[in-house]
Design a protein around this ligand. Structure first.
Ligand code: GRF
Length: 198
């Protein structure tokens, strides 16, 4: 059984997609051991509680220094004995010590086809604004392992999504989530849980 921890900052629709996929059998051999958010108001924490999963809030604001937060986060992660850490819209930089300790055991979902529209400053709606501004006709999402860089780790899965005339950043964001993120994030977890990658 793969024990996963999901790190979130917001609404948690990707977290929901993971729960749904576990319930429907699209993800097998996996349990969500903990959901951690840096934001106490994140709806993702409610989703965790609804599924009987421990919901933890850990914010840099609760600590005097970033180092103290980093240590507390790593300690929390270690305590749950996780096999895989899933970043599902987690807007906090992962401490280098955690990347080192959990190499190839941290994955992230990014709402574009890396290497387009990724790296510093490309998060949330900004990714889709940039895709529309550039006029691409195809965008998508990427699941990748996390390394020391920004969206630079080995790619696990990608899925393309069409950009349609009249798209706004919000409309495009929603289509990328529905057609790509909520599909390939559960798929990647299933593959890792069943020894198909990593
Ligand atoms: C998603 O677009 C994801 O790709 C990005 O942050 C967003 C999280 O959305 N990294 P949600 O909290 O899963 O709804």
């Amino acid at each position: 059984m793969l024990r996963i921890g999901v790190l979130v900052s917001g609404g948690g629709t990707n977290l929901q997609a993971i729960f749904d996929a576990i319930e429907s059998g699209r993800i097998t051999n996996t349990e969500v051991a903990v959901v951690i958010s840096n934001n106490a108001g994140a709806y993702a924490l409610e989703r965790a509680k609804e599924h009987g999963v421990e919901a933890v809030c850990l914010s840099p604001k609760q600590f005097g220094t970033r180092e103290e937060f980093n240590e507390a986060l790593l300690e929390k992660i270690d305590r749950y004995g996780l096999d895989l850490i899933v970043l599902a819209g987690f807007l906090v930089t992962i401490p280098p010590a955690m990347i080192e300790k959990y190499r190839n055991r941290i994955i992230n979902i990014h709402p574009s086809l890396i290497p387009s529209f990724c790296g510093v400053g490309y998060y949330g709606l900004k990714v889709h604004e940039a895709a529309l501004a550039r006029g691409v006709k195809i965008t998508g999402a990427t699941v990748h392992f996390v390394d020391e860089g920004m969206d630079s780790g080995p790619i696990i899965l990608q899925k393309a999504v069409e950009v349609l005339p009249g798209d706004t950043p919000k409309v495009l964001q929603r289509r990328v989530m529905e057609q790509a993120e909520w599909v390939i994030l559960p798929q990647a977890i299933h593959m890792i849980a069943n020894g198909m990658i990593g």
